[in-house]
Design a protein around this ligand. Structure first.
Ligand SMILES: [Zn+2]
Length: 243
């Protein structure tokens, strides 16, 4: 299995490059860019959250609690007074850090169902729903948030899978194929519940079409082509085309 630092770096690198790309294309704004990078990184730590006393649990939950607390304050910043905002910040942080973590530890089994693709898809969809219905964010950015969280988690599972291949001898370790999982027979009823929940969430989720239209629209991407390389190299390439 890949260790904590590898997960942190891997998920950060992938989500930072991708969110910078969509940011440059004008698909997300400044705060969207930062939040997408943060969510992708958090996503990269999520699958290991079920190892109860590990660094990732504490670290991941600290980050998640902070993000939730800040998101709450950002959302109600114009409606509430300063004192109420501070109280809201502490309540948001406390509920996440202590109540949700406690509940989370209770329902998870180490390296069980949480370390799987469908479970991570559920978390991504929940985030999209929370952003759209709860925080009344735009549908496109809500999908970006959920997908970035899911992407970070996929990076995690891929890294675990890669590390289960013994690189020196190119032989497979016993753990090969257990990281990137969709189903496991010993947890069959748990997976039943997970897939049922996934289907429910797919129905409940905000419409995907507006997001898809935005991403599939070639216009923002053509804008990206202009600024993809430093000016010096672009001038050079254009110069050589003329010749
Ligand atoms: Zn893992």
């Amino acid at each position: 299995m890949a260790n904590f630092n590898t997960h942190l770096t891997g998920a950060f690198a992938v989500s930072a490059v991708l969110s910078l790309t969509v940011y440059k294309a004008g698909l997300v704004n400044d705060s969207g860019f930062l939040i997408c990078t943060a969510l992708g990184t958090v996503g990269g730590l999520l699958p290991d959250l079920d190892s109860d006393h590990s660094t990732p649990v504490k670290f991941g939950f600290n980050i998640a609690s902070l993000i939730v607390a800040f998101a709450l304050v950002m959302h109600w910043r114009s409606q509430l007074s300063l004192v109420s905002l501070i109280v809201l910040w502490f309540i948001g942080y406390g509920v996440m850090r202590y109540l949700v973590l406690k509940w989370f530890k209770k329902v998870t089994v180490h390296r069980g169902v949480i370390h799987s693709v469908p479970y991570m898809a559920i978390l991504g969809l929940l985030l999209t729903c929370l952003s759209y219905y709860g925080f009344k964010n735009d549908v496109v950015i809500s999908w970006f948030y959920g997908l970035f969280l899911f992407l970070g988690a996929l990076v995690h599972l891929t890294l675990d899978e890669m590390y289960s291949v013994n690189l020196s001898g190119m032989t497979l370790k016993r753990s090969a194929g257990t990281a990137m999982k969709f189903y496991q027979h010993k947890d069959n009823w748990r997976y039943g519940i997970i897939y049922a929940l996934l289907i429910l969430l797919l129905f409940a989720a905000p419409p995907f079409a507006p997001f898809w239209q935005t991403v599939a629209n070639p216009k923002p991407w053509s804008q990206l082509k202009v600024g993809v390389l430093p000016d010096i190299i672009e001038d050079f390439l254009q110069g050589s085309e003329v010749i």
